[in-house]
Design a protein around this ligand. Structure first.
Ligand code: SF4
Length: 334
């Protein structure tokens, strides 16, 4: 049996705003196994980034996070003080964000920024930290690492800045790496290089990775398991092959139809999902996808479906997959 590294139970995150309470994450359960490459996918505003920031406790004061446990490496993070959280941020849990410029300080050299977590968390001397920082730059494919350590972020290209961020996130040998849209701001060629780099580093260090993205192509190329989120809830979860070849939720099917598939680009008809995501200030009582779902039934607007098993480690939150609705199977057109 796979060993759990992160186990999140009934996570809810609300934001208090001037207009009311935004129910950004509405009671989700998920886990990341040791050595696993998990993808978290969904449209903007579905709650995927808020989920990870809630776990890391990196949300503003207007956020209210509740759960029945956020177990990471045997410790319930929900009950820990901020001091403990700071000791694992950038240490046991590394993070990579979409825009490295928002994380890299333009006033400090890349070397200083790479060395700082090593000196704080690993208690390395300045000389040892500099040596390790150069090794990390070399590892992520940045040539002339000694010279690059003396440079500032603006002297790096977009792809090199993202490589430097990855070097920084991996430098303390984290148990979990959270990557939030790490390739979205990059052009396609650099995207592929960064994904290859993440795959290679994952193999080399066996770090568990949670990759947040709206891009199913990115999920297909690196992840082993995937969670599909919508309206602050998990709609479907399973191994990548099941999600891509045997999707069981109408939202997943809609997502797959709205992106080009490799090798069929010339004649392929893409179908966008009509409508807009639900208002999370006033979420619907039933299935959050009901207003956009072409196979919605009466019950869908009334009650929220639970995640039902549809296969081995494959579950979908749709009334069509309820055990008592077996006669409905086959209504979904993949
Ligand atoms: Fe569509 Fe109903 Fe399934 Fe929601 S529960 S995805 S509305 S069929």
């Amino acid at each position: 049996m796979n060993e759990r590294l992160l186990d999140v139970r009934s996570l809810r995150t609300n934001f208090l705003t001037g207009g009311g309470i935004v129910n950004a994450v509405r009671g989700i359960n998920f886990h990341v196994d040791k050595g696993e490459f998990l993808g978290v996918a969904g449209e903007s505003g579905c709650g995927k980034s808020v989920t990870m920031l809630s776990i890391m406790r990196l949300l503003p004061d207007t956020a209210r996070v509740q759960s029945q446990g956020i177990l990471f490496d045997g410790v319930d993070l929900q009950t820990q003080k901020m001091k403990y959280m700071r000791s694992i941020q950038g240490n046991k849990i590394g993070m990579i964000f979409q825009d490295p410029m928002t994380c890299l300080n333009p006033l400090y050299t890349i070397g200083n920024q790479l060395m700082e977590p090593l000196q704080i968390h690993k208690k390395l001397s300045r000389k040892e930290a500099r040596k390790r920082a150069a090794e990390m730059l070399d590892l992520v494919g940045i040539s002339n690492p000694e010279r690059r350590l003396r440079q500032y972020p603006h002297e790096f290209s977009g792809g090199m800045r993202q490589r430097a961020m990855i070097a920084m996130a991996m430098s303390c040998d984290p148990k979990l790496l959270i990557a939030d849209e790490p390739t979205t701001a990059l052009d396609v060629t650099i995207q592929a290089q960064i994904l290859d780099l993440m795959k290679n580093l994952k193999q080399k260090f066996d770090t568990s990775t949670a990759l947040i993205t709206h891009d199913l192509g990115v999920i297909a190329s690196v992840c082993t398991r995937v969670i599909i989120m919508y309206g602050g809830l998990i709609m479907e979860q399973g191994y990548v092959e099941d999600i891509f070849y045997r999707p069981a939720h109408p939202y997943t099917i809609g997502l797959l139809k709205s992106v080009p598939s490799a090798g069929e680009r010339t004649q392929e008809q893409l179908t966008p999902i009509p409508g807009t995501p639900p208002d999370l200030m006033n979420p619907p009582p039933g299935c959050p996808f009901a207003a956009r779902c072409s196979v919605a039934m009466k019950i869908c607007a009334l009650a929220q479906p639970e995640l039902h098993e549809v296969g081995d480690n494959h579950a979908a939150a749709c009334w069509l997959n309820h055990p008592k609705a077996s006669h409905m199977k086959g209504r979904l057109e993949v």
